[in-house]
Every structure is written in structure tokens, then in C-alpha cells.
Design a protein around this ligand. Structure first.
Ligand code: HEM
Length: 496
């Protein structure tokens, strides 16, 4: 070790640091001298090491990999990444829990985020999905309210089951997602053992200018593995980074996780015919009507070198699309198109997309100017506005998606009026076998502990409307837990 030639430690301005062990002081006992700017720089930098954590999905893990096309879908989309069987595209994936802060334990019952940034040769395409095909809300107006119920209570600074069930019981559109959250899939053993979903309806458009509605599915090739609540508690007692560790170590030992990437395709005109609104984020499209079509395989095969630089600063946005892929009328998707880039400008900074992890692998040729930390400005150009006579970049009409017919009067439409919130959760519930049902009832009853009776009763109505057996099962679990708690507390009560 001693004969290793070590580089010289420098200040951030590149000057050699004379002493990195001792501060400059007037005499051995101090005080210190203000001119010891190396000490000031060191302390000042430390004060600036943190950036705001993501307002949701703060705890996460990420890795690089590739997407390889296995099936030609160019009749649906001109997106270049799907251009030819065998074509590979580099990508970054980030997985996360939703509610916990950056230091939260991984093995918590929660929805998991499933974000993928495809560095395509037409720019970055970000698919910012979850491990569930639906969501708790169908109007973005409710997102901040819903998230508040998942975070800490302003007075107690603790998570509040009362707030969660109060909100859910007043928002029946949440029932489908609540059912998934309380099922086995609500607590995956690690990120390798879960599916990913784009969740929203997006659009594809092809060279002929035809549009198709599309949903994205990532099927885990490692299979599904879940913890029970009791198992997860034991895991957390030993290891708060269980999912980070599992992903990192699997990639280090060469067990590269893979997902089969599939799409469901709906012809544009079908959207007027389906009995459900195909742009409603609380609904799935039945596979019998719109079967899965395999597109390719995603593999994760490289860990980041520096977690903060590459994962904490990674910035995914549903607004990042490429020609051949478009949005849909889904109201929640529309709201998200604003929220993410806004969050990145606040959380990471104006030029967040210039950071190596976010930077497209193609040339960026925009007229955006200046701002904090601009370091990659075009050099010596006269074309700094548009239109110009100096050879500056011009728009590409081929990137314009086909026109979409829309109509309707501007109004605040009640998204709850006349909506069927029960049929799809009922179908899901009836797919559970007896053991799955019992865990499901226990998970719900466990999560309801301490919640006022009136709120539990309001939620029971939704369970009953989905399936009376669902309501009865939860009531049984609640009664059993009450009896168990009574038995446990009796010796104490006797001693009092
Ligand atoms: C992260 C907003 C719905 C998946 C975030 C962030 C914001 C946000 C502000 C933090 C972004 C950052 O700082 O980088 C919203 C709003 C929603 C919404 C306003 C609804 C109106 C959804 C839905 C999904 C989703 C429906 C999944 C289908 C994610 C994921 C992340 C995230 C996976 C983490 C991204 C990453 O890995 O960096 N969301 N969200 N969100 N959201 Fe949403």
C-alpha cells in the first residue's frame, strides 16, 4: 500500500491543500484564523450536500441496462427504439417506494415506482410508472390531497391510518388500487420480483399517421415474490435497505434482472365503444379484449458508480416522449405533464437535463439560454434566436403527431358521477384463492387499527358493493384482532 503514488489533494479551485488534518490556528490551542479558506470551503460544501428529496418516491434504487426489441411493432408506431428486431437501446431504471422519506425502510407495504429512461436515438423517452396497472385517483386535482394522507400528520408527525381510510372511504375510485395494495402484490420482496406498468393510456402513431391507444406492461422474468407483513417486519429489523441490497448485489454477481416488455393496443375508434372510459387511470383494459403483445426485453446490467450523481439527480418525466409515442386524454397524465419537469427545476436546478445521467445520447439543439450553472452553452454562434439566417436549428414537421379530434364544453365535470368503481375490484378479489383472501383481509384489518368506527363503516360499504364476502372477511379479521388484543391486554389490566 505504501508505495502507491497518490494524487495531490486540491481545493475546488485546483490549488494544493497543505494540511487536511489540522486547521490553521494562532498557537497550538487556537483560536483559528479566518484566512484558512480550505477549512471554510470544506465546511461550506458540506452544508450544501443535500438537495430536496423527491416530494413522493423519495426512497429509491437504480441501475442501467438495455432494451432489446424481440417483435416488430412498427405498424403501430414509428418510435425509432422499436424500429427493428434485435435493436438495443440504453436505459436507466429507478424503482422506489412512494410514501417514505429518503431514509425509509424498503420492505414496507406501499406501491412501488417503476421509472425507465430510454436513451433513444430520437431523444429521451421516460416511462414513469408503478408496479400497479391502476392508481388511487382519476383527477390530478386530488393528487396533493391524496399524498397528504400518505405522509405525516401535521401535529403528531406520524403516519395516520385515520387520514388514509378517511380519504379512501370518501373516494371510491381508490378501491381498485387499495385492493392491489392490500393484496400480496403490495409488498414485493425486492424490485426484481415485481411487474411494471405505464398505468396510463398513451398513444402510438405510425408513419401513415394512424393513432392507436396503448398501455405498457413489464413482466418480471424473475417471477413474483412477496413478504407477508410479519416477514417484512423481521426483514426491516435487520435491514432497511433490503430492496437496494437485493438489486445491487444481483447485478454485481451477474444475475441481471430482466422484464418482458409488452403492450396492449386499442384502435383509436374503440375508445368511443368500450363500456369503461379507456382513459380512466382507475381501470384496466381486459386482456381478453386487448391481449398482451410482446415487444422486447429490458435487462438491468450495470450499477451506478455514484448514487447521488446518477440516481438521486436522475429526473424522469412523463412529458419526455419521442416521435411515434404520444399522450392521451387521461386527466391524471395531463396533470403529470406539468408536475415532473417543474419538480426537477426546483429539486435539481434549471439545467438538470444537462447532467450526464439525464442528458440524451443525441445532440441537444435548443435555444434555451443562460440560468444558474449553464456550462454547456453553444460556442461562438450567431444563431441564438429563431428564426435566424445563421444556420441555427429548425423544427422537424415529421415529429408532429396526427391531429386528435376533441370536443366538449368547458366545465368542472364530476369524475365520480355515474362511474363504476366496483366491477373491476370485484373481478380482482374473486381471483384470490382462500389463502390470498385471508392475508388480504388481515392486511386490511391490520391497516385499520385505531381508525374511528364511522370511517371503517363507510369503507365497509365499498367492500360490500364490490363483494359481500370481502366485507365479511374484513369484519372477521377485525373481530379476531380485537379479541386477540383483549387477551393480550388482560394480564396487564388484571395487574392494574
Ligand atoms: C415522482 C407528481 C401520479 C409515478 C413524482 C414526483 C412528483 C410527482 C412531483 C417527484 C418528481 C421528482 O422530484 O423527480 C405526481 C402527480 C401525479 C402523480 C402530480 C398525479 C396528478 C403518478 C402516477 C404514477 C406516478 C399515476 C404511476 C403510474 C411516479 C414515480 C415517481 C414519481 C415512479 C418517481 C420517479 C423517479 O424514479 O424519479 N410524482 N405524480 N406518479 N411519480 Fe408521480
Amino acid at each position: 500500500m505504501s508505495d502507491i503514488v497518490r494524487p495531490t489533494l486540491t481545493t475546488t479551485a485546483g490549488a494544493p491543500v497543505p494540511d487536511n488534518q489540522n486547521s490553521l490556528s494562532a498557537g497550538p490551542r487556537g483560536p483559528l484564523l479566518l484566512q484558512n479558506y480550505q477549512l471554510l470551503e470544506k465546511l461550506a460544501h458540506q452544508n450544501r450536500e443535500r438537495i430536496p428529496e423527491r416530494v413522493v418516491h423519495a426512497k429509491g434504487s437504480g441501475a442501467y441496462g438495455t432494451f432489446t426489441v424481440t417483435n416488430d411493432i412498427s405498424r403501430y408506431t414509428k418510435a425509432s427504439l422499436f424500429g427493428a428486431v434485435g435493436k438495443t437501446t440504453d436505459l436507466l431504471a429507478r424503482f422506489s417506494t412512494v410514501a417514505g422519506e429518503r431514509g425509509a425502510a424498503d420492505a414496507e407495504r406501499d406501491v412501488r415506482g417503476f421509472s425507465v429512461k430510454f436513451y433513444t436515438d430520437d431523444g429521451n423517452w421516460d416511462l414513469v410508472g408503478n408496479n400497479t396497472p391502476v392508481f388511487f385517483i382519476r383527477d390530478p386535482m386530488k393528487f396533493p390531497d391524496f399524498i397528504r394522507t400518505q405522509k405525516r400528520h401535521p401535529r403528531t408527525n406520524m403516519r395516520s391510518p385515520t387520514a388514509m381510510w378517511d380519504y379512501w372511504s370518501l373516494s371510491p375510485e381508490s378501491l381498485h388500487q387499495v385492493a392491489i395494495l392490500m393484496s400480496d402484490r403490495g409488498l414485493p420482496q425486492g424490485y426484481r420480483f415485481m411487474n411494471g406498468y405505464g398505468s396510463h393510456t398513451f398513444s402510438f402513431w405510425n408513419d401513415a399517421g394512424e393513432r392507436f391507444w396503448v398501455k405498457f406492461h413489464f413482466k418480471s422474468m424473475q417471477g413474483h415474490r412477496h413478504w407477508t407483513n410479519a416477514e417484512a417486519n423481521a426483514v426491516i429489523a435487520e435491514d432497511r435497505e433490503s430492496a437496494q441490497r437485493d438489486l445491487y448485489e444481483a447485478i454485481e454477481r451477474g444475475a441481471f434482472p430482466r422484464w418482458r416488455v409488452c403492450v396492449q393496443i386499442m384502435p383509436e375508434e374503440d375508445a368511443l365503444k368500450t363500456p369503461y372510459n379507456p382513459f380512466d387511470l382507475t381501470k384496466v383494459w381486459p386482456h381478453a379484449d386487448y391481449p398482451l403483445i410482446e415487444v422486447g426485453v429490458m435487462e438491468l446490467n450495470r450499477n451506478p458508480e455514484h448514487y447521488f450523481a446518477e440516481i438521486e439527480q436522475s429526473s424522469f418525466s412523463p412529458s419526455n416522449i419521442v416521435p411515434g409515442i404520444g399522450f392521451s386524454p387521461d386527466k391524471v397524465l395531463q396533470g403529470r405533464l406539468f408536475a415532473y419537469a417543474d419538480a426537477h427545476r426546483y429539486r435539481v436546478g434549471t439545467h438538470y437535463e444537462a447532467l450526464p445521467v439525464n442528458r440524451p445520447r443525441v445532440a441537444v439543439q435548443s435555444y434555451h439560454a443562460d440560468g444558474p450553472m449553464r456550462f454547456d452553452a453553444p460556442r461562438g454562434t450567431d444563431a441564438y434566436y429563431e428564426p435566424n439566417s445563421f444556420g441555427g436549428p429548425v423544427e422537424a414537421p415529421s415529429a408532429k403527431e396526427p391531429p386528435l379530434r376533441i370536443d366538449g364544453d368547458a366545465d368542472y365535470y364530476d369524475h365520480r358521477a355515474g362511474n363504476d368503481d366496483y366491477t373491476q375490484p370485484r373481478k380482482l378479489f374473486r381471483m384470490f384463492d382462500a389463502a390470498q383472501r385471508q392475508r388480504f383481509f388481515d392486511n386490511i384489518a391490520g391497516a385499520m387499527q385505531g381508525v374511528p368506527e364511522a370511517i371503517i363503516e363507510r369503507q365497509m360499504t365499498h367492500f360490500r358493493l364490490a363483494d359481500p364476502a370481502w366485507e365479511a372477511g374484513v369484519r372477521d379479521s377485525l373481530a379476531r384482532m380485537k379479541a386477540d388484543a383483549g387477551q393480550e391486554s388482560s394480564p396487564l389490566q388484571a395487574a392494574e
